[in-house]
Design a protein around this ligand. Structure first.
Ligand SMILES: [Cu+2]
Length: 177
């Protein structure tokens, strides 16, 4: 806009100069001056047009890049990560298998990531409704991952004989958005 301002000022000054010149002998010179003014105006106008064109060419590219980032951020599901041990302990001479987390609460649509480490005994991990299963191996962290697309309460449990009945289970709560 400053270039436009300078251009206008220049044209105004030249016009003023032409108007102020009353001498008829200078009419031809005036005509020449008018032609020069027009040429200058065209050059300035052209350069402004080009500079605006450059801006309008680059601006949409930047906007679309920003839109892509936004849409990725909007669609990417929040990740809910949990870490738990899977083990048994002796209670009154009886083995009590269990997960260290008895309850997990997430929101519908969350990407749920559960890292499970078996620290004692032989166990696995299953959620029937989500078709999630991990044959967890002793002393190594194993990860299950799924999208919590179903609302409700679901049981995660160990399928080893007698384990679920003896307490090797927990509750996954998926809350509506
Ligand atoms: Cu178990």
């Amino acid at each position: 806009m400053t270039r436009l301002g300078i251009g206008r000022k220049l044209i105004n000054n030249l016009n003023k100069f032409i108007m102020d010149t009353k001498n008829p002998n200078e009419v031809k010179n005036n005509n020449l001056a008018i032609v020069i003014v027009i040429i200058i105006a065209v050059i300035i106008g052209w350069s402004i047009f080009n500079s605006k064109k450059k801006v309008s060419e680059t601006a949409p590219a930047q906007n679309s890049a920003a839109n892509v980032e936004t849409s990725i951020a909007d669609t990417a599901a929040p990740v809910k990560e949990f870490v738990m041990d899977s083990f048994y302990e002796m209670v009154d001479g009886q083995p009590k298998p269990q997960y260290s987390l008895k309850e997990i609460t997430v929101n519908q649509g969350d990407l749920v990531r559960i890292k499970i480490t078996v620290t004692k005994g032989a166990h696995d991990f299953k959620i029937d409704e989500y078709n999630v299963y991990a044959d967890t191996q002793p002393n190594q962290q194993m990860t299950v991952e799924f999208t919590a697309d179903k609302i409700g309460e679901f049981i995660y449990y160990c399928t080893k004989p007698g384990h679920r009945a003896n307490g090797h289970w927990g509750t996954l709560k998926v809350l509506a958005k």
